[in-house]
Design a protein around this ligand. Structure first.
Ligand code: DX5
Ligand code: ZN
Length: 249
């Protein structure tokens, strides 16, 4: 009579059988991870673009050296502003099918928007821990679509809130402003959280800073372990996008 398999083995076998369709991509998802590599990335946030010329603005930001495009989605409930939905994301994807679209969900019900943004061409989706009682279910839904997943924390949320999930995601986002608007001042007291997340995260997990990042705050972000910088006004608010992106690196 053979002895029973150790408990851990049983768990691993069962997990593989139950989730045959779940693929763990790196940041950028199955379509973009290889091209993005592992160095510092700069993500122009289209929230400060000229919406009347959005396709041209996105193309210009990428031609100027932006590595990907950050798409800020606001529902007027989780944050006090409305911004853009899947239709805008789909339009950008149609105009620039090779662009990596990094969707930042600032919405109260993130689970409801995974499928619409996956269909709209998103490569990556980040959602907020403050509105996710069961983050792993949302992470699984993102991964099942071949996208990478991120967890975000607001300025007043401790890093500890997402530490248990760092092994499950490809990105941790630290908000350095209160979410809702571009053009706010960088809150430097979040920097120790960035460092704590970088130190705790497995190799390959991106640490993203979002809010008020400009040439004067970017060096501190990088020094605290951030390897993905988001900037809206510091890029789209300038006349020379290439110079603006160079100044952030
Ligand atoms: C804020 C958004 C940010 C915003 C950044 O709620 O999540 O991505 O676009 O804008 P800047 O870089 O101007 O602070
Ligand atoms: Zn954002």
């Amino acid at each position: 009579m053979s002895s029973p398999a150790p408990l851990g083995h049983q768990n691993v076998d069962r997990k593989i059988v139950e989730r045959p369709d779940t693929v763990r991509p790196r940041f950028g998802g199955l379509r973009h991870a290889d091209r993005l590599g592992s160095g510092l990335l700069v993500a122009p946030s289209i929230l400060s673009a000229d919406f009347a010329r959005l396709g041209d603005e996105c193309a210009a930001a990428l031609a100027a050296g932006g590595d990907l495009l950050h798409v800020d989605v606001m529902d007027g409930h989780f944050v006090p502003n409305l911004s853009m939905g899947p239709a805008i994301c789909a339009a950008v994807h149609k105009a620039l099918p090779d662009a990596c679209l990094d969707v930042h969900l600032m919405v109260t019900d993130p689970a409801a928007y995974i499928e619409p943004f996956a269909r709209a061409g998103a490569a990556h989706i980040t959602f907020h821990i403050e509105v996710a009682p069961d983050p792993r279910a949302i992470i699984d839904a993102i991964h099942t679509r071949g996208l990478s997943a991120g967890l975000a924390i607001n300025p007043d949320t401790p890093a500890e809130a997402i530490l248990p999930f760092l092994g499950d995601v490809e990105l941790a986002l630290v908000m350095s402003v209160y979410p809702g608007f571009s053009g706010q001042k960088f809150i430097d007291r979040v920097l120790p959280k960035t460092r704590a997340l970088r130190d705790a995260a497995p190799v390959g997990v991106r640490v993203q800073m979002d809010g008020g990042v400009a040439p004067d705050s970017a060096p501190a972000c990088r020094a605290h372990g951030c390897d993905l910088i988001v900037a809206a006004s510091a890029i789209f608010g300038r006349s020379d996008y290439a110079e603006a992106i160079r100044a952030l690196r």
